[in-house]
Design a protein around this ligand. Structure first.
Ligand code: NAD
Length: 483
């Protein structure tokens, strides 16, 4: 007798927004002050779950970026580079503690602005962001142990540009190691998710950080380009698309600027016949549908060993049926809103390409909210290795599935990608894990788990996924000159 599957209906459990305070308009945070953009231009940031306007954000131009870089240089020369490292650490600890105190506010604002589920903002983004500040505060006065027998010097002014998928966390990944190593900062958040970086600026003010040590300038790509091209910036730390990463690399070629680029991905999740299948299915779901697939290291290509393919696909489809898609502020929601209309259009374009390429699509039946930007979790079967949906980064909740027979075959298939950010291996055999971790061309390889992050662990890519590492002791290297 076929077993009937029961899906529980949960009562709505929306997170309150009464405790947050948002301004109608946000200016630029330069030299410890909130200043209007010289162009007097502002742009709207919207809630992608409802399409409502949340606030107006200042649009910084070259002149504003120049002011921010000058403030950062002055702060570096006069204050920050002269301060004992143990004093610098105290400021970074203070930022971490203040963030922790306001964690709920950060989580709610992140979910409103980015469309990500409150569960993720609350349990992943915000705690990890705080932990990054705590972790790097600890390194500030121990750099001689991070780089034994070397003289360690700061670089100067770091220009930092971040994307929209983990807005606060990416700001923490950038600012914390830069400050710990004695640099000052000009940071630009993404145009669709500026709010938590601006809230962080409020905390930086409250922490009493000397003026100009951290400057936050908001705007679009041209604001980012003004940072990249500014002659007095010593380091560019960029996280975003490979296309923009290439523009940046060209722009700084031949200059003195040091760079780290954290770019796109098309990561392989590999499941062997001896894997614990239920855990693996949960890991696959987490790997691609977590944060609506807006994860650079999303396990967007699934490789299943032939003997278990039918079982895994059946279980995956069953699990997808029980995923809640909808209001990001509801604590039961598994898949929130796509970050922007533009990104939803990109995802839909790829779904269309997949269908045109002849792949077989599966989406569970789910009612998507009529307002806002949503995409049902999607998987594609019968996908060729050469197909566009298996080669290009979609950056949405779309999974391609291919099968394999042997270890050599799957290594070849998994590495057949211009990217090399992450991979997952699911197997009971330790020796197989070690074999694959050395042969997969990926910066991170997770074994029997996926999407696990920790401030002590380095993260970064190979090939077109970029270079340099963030997190861990390795994350300090990009911000220091060693002699
Ligand atoms: P994006 O490249 O479009 O934008 C990233 C940032 O760069 C934004 O702040 C944007 O305003 C700015 N920018 C745009 N054009 C610029 C230019 N010419 N010069 C300087 N700055 C410019 O990327 P996105 O759509 O915001 O983010 C998604 C991408 O980020 C995906 O490809 C994803 O894989 C990648 N990502 C990578 C990592 C990682 O650690 N490797 C982490 C998160 C996201």
């Amino acid at each position: 007798m076929a077993q009937e599957q029961t899906t529980w209906e949960y009562a709505p459990s929306p997170e309150g927004t009464g405790h947050i305070k948002l301004n109608k308009k946000y200016n630029l945070f330069i030299d410890g002050k909130w200043v209007a953009p010289s162009s007097k231009k502002y742009f709207e940031t919207i809630n992608p779950a409802t399409e409502e306007v949340l606030a107006e954000i200042a649009y910084a131009n070259e002149k504003d970026v120049d002011l921010a870089v000058k403030a950062a240089r002055k702060a570096y020369t006069n204050v920050w580079s002269k301060m004992p490292a143990s004093e610098r650490a105290k400021y970074i600890y203070r930022i971490a503690r203040l963030m922790q105190e306001r964690a709920r506010e950060f989580a709610v604002i992140e979910s409103l602005d980015a469309g990500k589920t409150i569960r993720e903002s609350r349990d992943i983004d915000v705690p990890l962001a705080c932990n990054h500040f705590f972790y790097y505060a600890g390194w500030a006065d121990k750099l001689e142990y991070a780089f034994p027998n070397r003289k360690v010097e700061a670089l100067g002014v770091a220009g930092q540009i971040i994307p929209w998928n983990f807005p606060l966390l990416m700001a923490a990944w950038k600012i914390a190691p830069a400050l710990a190593t004695g640099n000052t900062v000009v940071l630009k958040p993404s145009e669709t998710t500026s709010l938590t970086a601006l809230k962080l600026a409020e905390i930086i003010e409250e922490a009493g950080l000397p003026h100009g040590v951290v400057n936050i300038v908001t705007g679009y790509g041209d604001t980012g380009a003004a940072i990249v091209n500014h002659a007095d910036v010593n380091k560019i730390a960029f996280t975003g698309s490979t296309a923009v990463g290439k523009i940046i690399q060209k722009a700084i070629a031949g200059t003195h600027k040091k760079a780290t680029l954290e770019l796109g991905g098309k990561s392989a999740n590999i499941i062997f016949e001896d894997a614990p299948i239920d855990q693996a299915v949960e890991g696959i779901i987490n790997g691609i549908f977590f944060n609506q697939g807006h994860v650079c290291c999303a396990g967007s290509r699934l490789f299943v060993q032939e003997g278990i393919a039918e079982k895994v696909i059946r279980k995956l489809k069953q699990r997808m049926e029980s995923l809640y898609v909808g209001n990001p502020m509801d604590k039961n929601t598994d898949i929130g809103a796509i970050n922007s209309k533009k990104q939803l259009e990109t995802i839909n374009k790829y779904i269309h390409i997949g269908l045109k390429e002849g792949a077989e699509m599966y989406q569970p039946a789910c009612d998507l909210p009529s307002k806002g930007y949503y995409c049902a979790p999607t998987l594609f079967l019968n996908v060729a290795q050469s197909s566009i949906i298996a080669q290009e980064e979609i950056f949405g909740p779309v999974l391609t599935i291919q099968t394999f027979r042997t270890v050599d075959e799957v290594i070849q298939k998994a590495n057949n990608s211009p990217y090399g950010l992450a991979a997952g291996v699911w197997t009971d055999k330790g020796s197989r894990i070690f074999n694959l971790t050395t042969k997969l061309k990926a910066g991170v390889v997770w074994a029997n788990t996926y999407n696990k992050f920790d401030p002590t662990s380095p993260f970064g890519g190979y090939k077109e996924s970029g270079f340099g590492r963030e997190g861990g002791v390795h994350g300090l290297s990009g911000y220091v000159k060693l002699s």
